[in-house]
Design a protein around this ligand. Structure first.
Ligand code: HEM
Length: 351
């Protein structure tokens, strides 16, 4: 998408601000973490630094229609059920959160990531399995599930209007998938900004990526269980979260009451729930961030400026979202002789 000089200068300003903010966040963050005792283990010593072993033409000879197969399947699935678009974005993020994009979230075995608390409402597994099946028929033992998931998330994003980005391939599938790791690392919506910053930085992403990627919550839904603690008796106050707009809180209380129990859903973006726009950021300006972690991005000095910037610049959001998603798909991945190409996405080979 062509970008205006205004957008460019704002992006440049954002980049400059980012450098200043990141430097400050490094110190402030550490200090706050120590003060608040919130070091929740978001460092992952076992996982590696960003690597660049991925190649754009990786399947050119071995499976030339790989991207076509994924794209057609994703397009068809989302046309039949729009909710699969947000579901695929989230699946990709959860996979990334534990050991980089290595398809560990797709393994269906006792004690695997899929059975973690954070995975309870993940969807899209069947679609990835069916794409893998088609690719196994066309190019046996060639295309990894991690690459399929990365392509599916990219295509789902493009389908809902995000700028298209070129993907490099060659990710391998992990041979480990641990519910305990997912429970420890995947953010659940109650973390502090310090914890979220630490989580992203430990994976080679920065504060701007955190704010931009949180914008995925401009589509999709959350369970009432995720929001209920904010609606009454917030942090032992006996009152709703003061950061929540009173009318919005009222709306949510009614929706969650009439809609049933904890498994009832509310839209993450109450204003334009099925449009991938920057309304998410505008909502934050009006106390209408659904998750606690969303709303906390506004008052925090490390993230607030970015929220305001993205609220003011629709095209900046779409462009930057694509860039941050591309980064998610490239950091800490397994390549070359690491990992394997699974035969079925739901099972580590030999299991
Ligand atoms: C920054 C930390 C994040 C936290 C704390 C967080 C937390 C959550 C929570 C609690 C839900 C609702 C789950 C439920 O109740 O069913 C949710 C939904 C969702 N998240 Fe996040 N998330 C984060 C980042 C991301 C990122 C980076 C992406 C994608 C790039 C993403 C994409 C989504 C989507 C699309 C949904 C809706 C899913 C659906 O409708 O099926 N989230 N997130």
């Amino acid at each position: 998408m062509a970008r205006t000089p205004v957008a460019l200068s704002l992006a440049a300003a954002a980049a400059l601000l980012l450098l200043a903010v990141s430097a400050a966040a490094g110190e402030d963050g550490k200090q706050q973490q120590q003060e608040q005792g919130q070091g929740q283990g978001y460092t992952q010593p076992a996982y590696r630094q960003p690597v660049s072993g991925l190649q754009p033409g990786y399947y050119q000879q071995s499976c030339p229609d790989m991207e076509g197969v994924v794209q057609r399947a994703v397009k068809k699935a989302i046309a039949a059920d729009y909710t699969l678009a947000p579901a695929l974005l989230r699946l990709f993020f959860h996979d990334f959160a534990v050991g980089g994009v290595d398809a560990s979230v797709l393994v269906d075995a006792p004690g695997s990531e899929r059975y973690a608390r954070a995975s309870k409402t993940l969807r899209g597994f069947d679609l990835i399995d069916s794409i893998k099946k088609e690719l196994e028929e066309k190019c046996p033992r060639t295309v990894s599930c991690a690459d399929i998931l990365a392509a599916a998330a990219r295509d789902a994003s493009a389908q809902v209007g995000v700028d298209y980005w070129q993907l490099a391939y060659g990710r391998k599938d992990g041979r480990k998938s641990s519910m305990v790791d997912a429970d420890q690392y995947v953010p659940m919506g109650r973390e502090s900004v310090t914890d979220l910053v630490a989580f992203f930085e430990s994976r080679g992403l920065n504060v701007f990526d955190l704010v931009v990627l949180s914008g995925a919550h401009t589509v999709g839904r959350a369970t009432c269980a995720a929001v209920r603690p904010r609606l009454c008796g917030y942090q032992g106050t006996g009152k709703p979260d003061a950061a929540l707009d009173a009318r919005y809180a009222d709306f949510l209380r009614r929706k969650c009451r009439s809609g049933g129990g904890d498994d009832a859903y509310v839209e993450l973006d109450a204003e334009t729930p099925t449009t991938f726009d920057n309304r998410y950021y505008q909502n934050l300006l009006h106390g209408m961030g659904l998750l606690e972690t969303d709303q906390k991005l506004l008052p925090d000095s490390r993230t607030g400026e970015f929220v305001r910037e993205l609220a003011a610049q629709p095209s900046l959001f779409s462009h930057q979202f694509a860039k941050s998603m591309a980064r998610i798909g490239a950091v800490q991945v397994l390549t070359g002789n690491e990992g394997e190409v699974r035969l079925k996405c739901s099972a580590i080979n030999g299991h």
